[in-house]
Design a protein. Sequence first.
Length: 288
Amino acid sequence: MEKKQSSTGENQKGDPPKIDKEDELRKQTREAAEKAAKAGRVSRLMVQIKQRVGIAECTKLEPGFENNIDKLIFYHNAIFHLVDCIELQIQVNPTALERREVAAPLHENPWEVLGGWLNYMAQAQFEAPQSRILVKYSHACGKIARKEVHLQNRTRTVLIRKMRLYIGDVSEALNKSYEQLKMLLPGIDDARHHLKSASTTKEVRARGEAYLAMIRAFNEKGNEIQGWCDELVIIVTVHMNELLHFAKELSIVHAQTFNALYDAIHHLGYQVPHKRIVLVKKDKDQKE
């Protein structure tokens, strides 16, 4: 009869639980990656010297795989700059962006500040009819400010949310994995050299396991990066849709800005050379 194991993972005789082989392999792989990452400059320099004198072999990335990595890194950098350009379209105040904020603080939006000063001048500096003109423009500035702040809040939370996530968590993980992958290359060469220089069966077994652990760690990081490369076609489409959606809402806000100023001028009795922009179709979150 088979012996039943207790809830603590030990059998009836009190023997320790068996170690899963897959867990052991994962542990060895993780330790190999950590060992390669902790290798100092001296260790990597020694490997390079061995390679130059012909003692150790030199492992390189497959050209196609390396080309895919270069394209992936280039796209990450392009999206990073694109997000900066998008945020500069809706927030021209550099101090706000330095605080990592895209929406202007309360009462600091340029249109809101301008509207406040126009209202102050209408109340304290001028009399009718000049005061009436300033009040009209002040109301137009307030309307424009509200729509601009609404777009600023929507840009990060809705319009380019996936772009921002991509240049944040994904970029950090990519840079970390790529650095580990490059660290593993000299680690593989060094482990292979030690394996070939083994003189006893015990050394061959121990160094062979260390070499295989390096190979598994390299394949694991390579597969992780290749997965990001394979997703790039889908990611580009998602980001392109976000960019088009942002451009559409930005054009709507620009049209609303023009219409607000047009209405103020028109209500004052002045003739405007251009016609009011007609927004045929609006998003459900946009209000005229």
